[in-house]
Design a protein around this ligand. Structure first.
Ligand code: SF4
Length: 305
């Protein structure tokens, strides 16, 4: 008996015939959770950079951003094509025409094979969905939704700013226009039990999302989460706890759900806790070891139980 793990690399190879690398780009959007529309402090874990510290600095010309980002990853990636990844803040929260010109310019760029847009489920008004419908006809589009948890108490605590049915509606509307949905969840949010985290994963697995990004909760410098952490009201997960919950998440998710991430990256200069997560190589090796021990193998159609 083994559980399949449908990795992003496997999905990209099957879909595009090659590995694609993500170029982190900027739209210059802010976020309703920061500009005063819903709040000014942002989600309690979100850093001043909108959790997109690896993106290129904002440059009006998207082709220039692509060139700079390509240059930055050129030592690591020797392939030919890329995903234009708009990661920081809420990348559908802005003037639709301005966003249209950015996304369509990226779609026309010869190096770009797909576009991935990170946003909030409550920032997909009809005009944005219409624009994404047209964009999707030019190039494969992924929309990444920051859900983090299905538990309303935690959602209030972290100041997510929208209720769970908004997520369900967004997934449905994005599917109706042919866009792939990737859902972000965070393991280790304050006061959540292991069972609550697994409830989130079960819910997401049943939500028809195409992919999942699983993150470890990072406490970053300068966030309200840091203040909470330093007052000792909650603890971050140990490496063993995280990997155990992660393995169970993989076992619970449908076999065709693409696993885009097994943990998150935090900039070392901002990381307060858990410090074990700074050693990315060790974390990934430990995850692979646990996968072997639990019989979790790459493959989407070979569930034998
Ligand atoms: S919605 Fe995203 S960008 Fe906005 S505050 Fe929350 S994590 Fe940060």
């Amino acid at each position: 008996m083994h559980a399949p793990y449908y990795s992003l690399n496997m999905y990209l190879q099957e879909t595009f015939g090659e590995k694609l690398y993500k170029l982190s780009l900027e739209t210059g959007c802010t976020c309703p959770n920061r500009d005063g529309t819903l709040g000014t402090g942002g989600c309690i874990f979100c850093s001043a950079g909108g959790n997109g510290e690896f993106a290129e600095p904002l440059n009006a010309d998207i082709n220039k951003q692509i060139e700079l980002a390509k240059h930055r990853v050129s030592k690591k990636f020797k392939g030919k094509h890329y995903i234009a990844y708009f990661q920081s803040y809420t990348n559908t929260y802005g003037d639709t025409e301005r966003l249209r010109s950015i996304f369509f310019a990226a779609a026309k760029n010869e190096w770009i094979s797909a576009i991935s847009i990170a946003t909030r489920p409550d920032c997909l008004p009809p005009e944005i969905l219409h624009m994404l419908t047209e964009l999707q006809k030019q190039i494969p589009v992924f929309v990444e939704l920051g859900l983090q948890t299905v538990h309303e108490n935690t959602a209030r605590l972290i100041r997510r700013g929208y209720a769970l049915p908004i997520y369900d509606r967004a997934v449905q509307e994005l599917h109706e226009i042919g866009v792939s949905v990737v859902t972000h969840i965070i393991l280790g949010l304050p006061f959540e039990t292991r069972e609550q985290m697994l409830e989130t994963v079960r819910y997401v697995g049943n939500s028809n999302t195409d992919g999942v990004k699983i993150h470890l909760l990072h406490v970053l410098r300068g966030t309200d989460l840091e203040t909470m952490y330093r007052s000792n009201v909650f603890q971050t997960l140990s490496k063993e706890e995280y990997i155990d919950i992660l393995c169970t998440c993989i076992e619970l998710l449908p076999k065709n759900t693409v696993i885009h991430r097994l943990t998150g990256d935090a900039p070392k200069s901002l990381l307060v806790a858990p410090m074990w997560s700074a050693n990315k190589k060790d974390v990934l090796n430990s995850i692979q070891k646990a996968f072997r021990e639990r019989g979790i193998q790459q493959g989407k159609n070979n569930r034998s139980n």
